[in-house]
Write a protein that binds this ligand. Structure first.
Ligand code: S3P
Length: 428
């Protein structure tokens, strides 16, 4: 689908961002291996979390879905059946890596497959540590999916210092660890999102500049009865859109504000954005609030590389903000962006250049020469079938003087099915 994006004079209104994708995946997987029945409210209707649901169903877990409520009849750690067909993770790296950790730990013979994008993303980062634990898991194409998992002869306790700051990797190891008699420990020097630890009550303690987290068979797997908060990574598109359009006024309801996810809030504040938090509260184990965004003039920033794991999914839209920030901004130490649904560094350099922005691409980052009066050229933007590229291009295009298009725009349904509808609703 080719989506037209009209210029907007301003953006006004109230939006409830879609349910958090990371928490949706985890709630369904953890509910599946708990011994109880879990009722998860506000479960994401987006394609990725739906892939997780269809995979757990194939593993013999009964799932009832009504509107946004999902009831998962947990089968316990030992309850999975061997699936008849490959588990299709679609476009979802979180499904393949986290569920990969669970089925490999449980020793369930199965195959995990994904779409073209997922099949081209390295799985070596989970295959190596899971194999070291004693799991039987290998890629059919070397380091890439399809992944073949088979019965193991028991796991051994181990300590893993994480070589990259990745919540998917950390979670894959800890989830396999739930099947080990001896403790499996993960050391994070740079903290990544901590939803797995929170939702499973895993024990952790400070370790140098980071922390150590442990899991083992002794950990009880709690039922997952809660309401999923709105997705901060989806909200981030509106944080930037509402900031760069003069006379705008946006309110984002019910947005998840887990401290390990919201570096973009502090980065935008440092650039001069005016975003206020209202009605802060806890939703289950996750902090939530409403966010009010007023327009603001932005100034350039040299993004601190240490913050990258806490704004990894927001970097594309932060790059859009940098085009409208006076001065030269840099994002360095962001090589991980090359390993997402597409190579997001190259893709963003292409999208920003098409709009007339002056950017320089580096191996691990990008330099953006911004201008507070920047008016993007209208363009036919590619999305690379990547939801976050499509949404970043759309926000950029709203600031142009003419109509733009975004190609393969249906890919926003991976994380945000109502994105185009919401954009239309708030555009004036
Ligand atoms: C996710 C972790 C991040 C993030 C992805 C979701 C998760 O990936 O980019 O969208 O839910 O654990 P990495 O672990 O590869 O950094």
């Amino acid at each position: 689908m080719i989506q037209e994006v009209q210029p907007a004079k301003l953006l006004k209104g109230t939006i409830t961002p879609p349910p958090d994708k990371s928490i949706s995946h985890r709630s369904a997987m953890f509910a599946a291996i708990s011994d109880e029945v879990s009722v998860i409210s506000n479960y994401s209707a987006a394609a990725d979390p739906q892939s997780t649901l269809s995979c757990i169903k194939q593993l013999g877990v009964k799932v009832d879905q009504t509107q946004d409520k999902v009831t998962v009849h947990g089968v316990g750690r030992e309850g999975f059946r061997i699936p008849e067909k490959p588990l299709d993770c679609g476009n979802s790296g979180t499904t393949m890596r986290l569920l990969g950790g669970i089925v490999a730990g449980a020793g369930i013979s199965c195959e995990l497959i994904g779409d073209e994008s997922l099949s081209s993303r390295t799985m070596k980062r989970i295959i190596d540590p899971l194999s070291a634990l004693g799991c039987k898991i290998k890629g059919k194409n070397g380091d890439f999916a399809p992944l073949m998992v088979s019965r193991n002869d028991g796991l051994r306790g181990m300590r893993f210092p994480l070589p990259i700051a990745s919540a998917q990797l950390k979670s894959a190891i800890l989830l396999a660890g739930l099947f080990s008699e001896d403790s499996v420990e993960v050391i994070e020097h740079v903290l990544s999102r901590d939803h797995t630890e929170r939702l499973l009550n895993l024990k952790s303690e400070a370790y140098g500049t980071g922390k150590i987290v442990r899991s083992s068979r002794a950990d009880l797997i709690p039922s997952q009865n809660y309401t999923i908060p709105g997705d901060f990574s989806a909200a981030a598109f509106w944080l930037v859109a509402g900031t760069i359009h003069n006379d705008s006024s946006l309110l984002l309801k019910n947005t998840g504000l887990n401290p390990s996810r919201i570096a973009a809030l502090n980065i935008l504040a440092e650039m001069g954005a005016s975003i206020t938090t209202e009605n802060p509260r806890m939703e289950g184990k996750e902090p939530v609030a409403d966010l009010r965004i007023e327009p603001a003039e932005l100034t350039a920033i040299d993004l601190n590389p240490a913050l990258i794991p806490n704004c990894i999914d927001e970097l594309p839209i932060l790059m859009v903000a940098m085009c409208f920030a006076e001065g030269t901004s840099t994002v360095m130490g962001a090589e991980e962006l090359r390993h997402k649904e597409t190579d997001r560094l190259s893709a963003m350099a292409e999208i920003l250049s098409l709009s007339g922005a002056v950017v320089e691409l580096a191996k691990d980052g990008i330099t953006i020469h911004g201008n507070k009066d920047f008016i993007p050229l209208a363009a036919d933007f590619p999305s690379y079938h990547d939801h976050r590229m499509a949404m970043a291009a759309a926000v950029l295009a709203t600031k142009s003087r003419k109509t733009s298009t975004v190609k393969d725009a249906e890919c926003t349904a991976i994380s945000y099915p109502a994105f185009w509808h919401h954009l239309k609703q708030i555009s004036r």
